[in-house]
Design a protein around this ligand. Structure first.
Ligand SMILES: [Zn+2]
Ligand SMILES: [Zn+2]
Length: 264
């Protein structure tokens, strides 16, 4: 054990290694995107701004306002997440290099390559997420694993982090399956992927049908974003997808909240 400890921490080699650079890039990207989006969502949840409040989806309910119970739960879950990131991200680097290779120091790939790979990541994540999420709503798995994510029927960005550790592993599998399978990726592409995935999940939990910055504003049928995931939390079923509504439409589980209806 001490030999392992010495080889990792007592020499400076680990902190100059590609595994260390990879971990720093991935974790810092995650933290910046997560907290930038959530700072905005926490601000609009705490203060009444009528020009933004009009876009709240569940207007028939009071704002969450971050009561002590939600703050305690969020701090607890955020600490758990940060600790697991510190240990799991270097492992991800070794998984990448076991199956293929991550380019850390090389020149950024062409944009056509980056966009093609990101497209594959999104399609793969959306499919794995839909089916694992669909299964997590079967009675036994819901009761023992997924219920923890459904504590709040009225979601807000930070509630995206609520999950059982097993669900956390399933989610990470959905996110990283295609990048690992591709065998040859660049750290820039992976950081862009983390940015897109974190933004998507935080905005889907925002509780707001915001114009311009939400996918449903541009592609309401194909990418219903917060309108689909808010409906999912409000009812505890239906709309299981992440990026797209395709699987939900095929499986007959496509349902949306309508912020316009809520204002009537
Ligand atoms: Zn669910
Ligand atoms: Zn959710």
């Amino acid at each position: 054990m001490s030999i392992l400890y010495d080889s990792i921490f007592s020499s400076t080699s680990f902190f100059q290694s590609d595994a260390w650079i990879f971990s720093v890039y991935i974790i810092v990207t995650y933290e910046i995107v997560f907290w930038l989006c959530n700072s905005f969502l926490i601000y609009i949840e705490l203060f009444d701004i009528s020009s933004i409040d009009q876009y709240r989806i569940q207007k028939h309910k009071k704002k969450l306002r971050f009561q002590p119970d939600i703050i305690r739960l969020m701090i607890q879950q955020t600490i758990h997440n940060q600790i697991s990131f510190v240990f799991l991200t270097p492992s991800l680097y070794y998984i990448f290099n076991y199956f293929g290779h991550v380019d850390i120091q090389g020149v950024r790939p062409l944009w056509s390559t980056i966009l093609f790979q990101i497209g594959l990541f999104i399609l793969s994540e959306d499919t794995i997420f839909f089916w694992t999420h669909y299964l997590l709503h079967t009675p036994w798995l819901y009761k023992h694993i997924h219920k923890k994510h459904h504590v709040y029927k009225q979601p807000t960005g930070v509630t995206a982090v609520l999950s059982d550790p097993i669900e956390g592993i399933v989610t990470q599998f959905a996110v990283w399956f295609m990048p690992v399978l591709l065998k040859e990726t660049h750290i820039f592409t992976l950081c862009l992927w983390v940015t897109i995935r974190v933004y998507q999940t935080v905005i889907a939990h925002s509780g707001y049908d915001l114009p311009y910055i939400s996918t449903q504003y541009w592609l309401p049928e194909l990418m219903p974003g917060a309108l689909a995931h808010d409906f999912h939390h409000q009812h505890g079923k239906w709309s299981y997808g992440s990026f797209f509504s395709i699987w939900d439409q095929l499986m007959g589980t496509h349902r949306l909240s309508t912020s316009k209806t809520a204002t009537k």
